[in-house]
Design a protein around this ligand. Structure first.
Ligand SMILES: [Zn+2]
Length: 115
């Protein structure tokens, strides 16, 4: 259980609200975040697209959103004073991974550095 001001994997860094409007919904903590992207034909069929919509991507996070470029937030832990990097979904800010600055800057731990 995270203490106040702390973050853990599976949480939405920015929360479910944007500008006071509830945009994202995460019914189970750490689970899928809704709305998901569409994955089937529009109903009734519109004629186009004629194939099932799909979103191939480099990364699939626990929130279910396909991502090619992850959002990284820097965050100072109030308990340890350590600077942490939160590797997040660019859409819903789902926290996929929490790295220390050393891990983040290490080429061995983080071969693909996204800046
Ligand atoms: Zn997401």
């Amino acid at each position: 259980m995270a203490r106040p001001g702390e973050f853990q994997v599976g949480q939405l860094y920015l929360g479910e609200y944007r500008n006071g409007i509830k945009v994202w919904n995460q019914p189970i903590p750490g689970g899928l975040v809704y709305p998901q992207l569409p994955s089937k034909f529009p109903d009734p069929p519109m004629g186009y697209p004629t194939v099932v919509m799909s979103y191939p991507a480099l990364y699939y996070l626990g929130c279910g959103h396909p991502q090619n470029c992850l959002e990284i937030y820097q965050y100072g832990d109030p308990y340890t004073g350590q600077l942490l990097k939160l590797i997040c979904c660019g859409l819903c800010s789902y926290i996929s991974q929490i790295l220390t600055a050393d891990e983040y800057n290490s080429y061995i731990d983080t071969p693909i550095v996204i800046t």
